[in-house]
Ligand binder design. Structure first.
Ligand code: FES
Length: 151
């Protein structure tokens, strides 16, 4: 039998239902999404119904059931960002990356998502790439921003 890809994660927590969120967070960090077969394993190992694991996985925005890019672009469309032109920034990123919001490139280099307020409204419009915050982004700044994340 092959070794579980999440053995290291499961070993960190007691095998109890209370550990499920922490385990999912670690899996999201490791794989950048929550693979379906891994969720089945979480369900079995922590004794939580798979339906419950799936509902948690879809409820929290931090979790994704689809693979995300190594460079995960999140465009804030919260109110402060929206009134300062965030929608135009999102559209520019869609054109430049050739991705619609919610999509990941086939080579897994990029993903693009729209999100609600990321908590730095003073910097609106805000684009996050992974954990990095980029403020006051306009359409004209998008190519320069992308350049930073091109290999
Ligand atoms: S609305 Fe965009 S950071 Fe708050």
């Amino acid at each position: 039998m092959s070794e579980s890809p999440i053995m290291d994660i499961l070993a960190k927590y007691p095998p109890e239902p209370e550990a499920v969120i922490s385990v999912l967070q670690d899996i999201q960090e490791k794989f950048r999404y929550l693979p379906r077969d891994v969720l089945t394993e979480v369900s079995r190992e922590l004794n939580v119904p798979l339906s419950r694991v799936l509902s948690l996985a879809t409820f929290y925005k931090a979790f994704s059931l689809k693979p995300k890019g190594r460079n995960a672009f999140h465009v804030c469309l919260g109110t402060a960002c929206h009134v300062r032109g965030a929608q135009l920034v999102l559209e520019k990123l869609e054109r430049e990356l050739g991705l619609a919001s919610g999509e990941t490139s086939a080579d897994l280099n990029y993903s693009l998502d729209a999100v609600r307020c990321v908590g730095c409204c003073g910097l609106a419009p805000v684009v996050m790439v992974g954990e990095e915050v980029h403020g006051k982004i306009t359409q004209t700044k998008v190519p320069g921003l992308l350049k930073k994340y091109q290999k």
